[in-house]
Design a protein around this ligand. Structure first.
Ligand SMILES: Cc1cc2nc3c(=O)[nH]c(=O)nc-3n(C[C@H](O)[C@H](O)[C@H](O)COP(=O)(O)O)c2cc1C
Length: 184
């Protein structure tokens, strides 16, 4: 069984609220000056009507420098229980509404807020063992809500008898997802 585009979005919503869902950890790819760059991030919120996936990160991280250069990103999801791969592309942008950022910040427990509060920027070489630390004021300042508006989804279901691949492409002119079956 493959998923329709609506079912795909509903599954993404589930993944964002279910800690054990395999699609909660997403391969997030950006374009750096040296070429593609990938890392795992957690899917925090999904807004199907806006075609939007929400992630949290640190404004000092390299991915934010890549996005400043090129807002196009690629996302990769894999569910080994259902043999279902999802690839998505879209445009990433940091949330600008202070009230919305604050509301996401309030949803994060104290221990997890530390993730954005390293006193040195993520990726900085630690020169000595005593270097490094955390500060909650730093964390709040560097906390970024990163929205990705998806325009293309490629879904691949592996099955013993027949693999099934579908493409869902957002049509800006008709404001609907256009579906096509593809050779896997
Ligand atoms: C399971 C897992 C979940 C992660 N979740 C996030 C996340 O939600 N946000 C984030 O910025 N980094 C997250 N990271 C760390 C990133 O993979 C990465 O190391 C960090 O963001 C720096 O990446 P960059 O230098 O390419 O920006 C996670 C790592 C793992 C292994």
């Amino acid at each position: 069984m493959t998923l329709s585009v609506d079912e795909t979005w509903q599954t993404l919503v589930r993944a964002s609220v279910d800690r054990r869902h395999p699609w909660r950890v997403v391969g997030f790819c950006t374009a750096s000056e040296q070429g593609p760059a990938a890392r795992s991030v957690i899917l925090r919120k999904v807004l199907p009507a806006q075609r939007q996936l929400v992630f949290f990160t640190d404004s000092r991280s390299e991915k934010m420098q890549h996005i400043a250069r090129c807002e196009q990103v690629a996302l990769l999801f894999w569910n080994p229980q259902h043999n279902l791969q999802l690839r998505a592309t879209g445009l990433a942008a940091a949330e600008q509404d202070p009230a919305r950022i604050e509301s996401y910040w309030q949803s994060i427990p104290d221990h997890a807020r530390r993730d954005y509060g390293s006193t040195d920027a993520p990726g900085v070489v630690l020169a000595d063992p005593g270097q490094g630390g955390y500060d909650l004021a730093v964390a709040r300042r560097h906390f970024v809500v990163l929205n990705v508006v998806v325009d293309l989804i490629d879904s691949l279901k592996l099955a013993r008898d027949e693999h099934m691949r579908q493409r869902f492409e957002w049509s800006a002119s008709t404001q609907v997802w256009q579906q096509a079956r593809l050779v896997p």
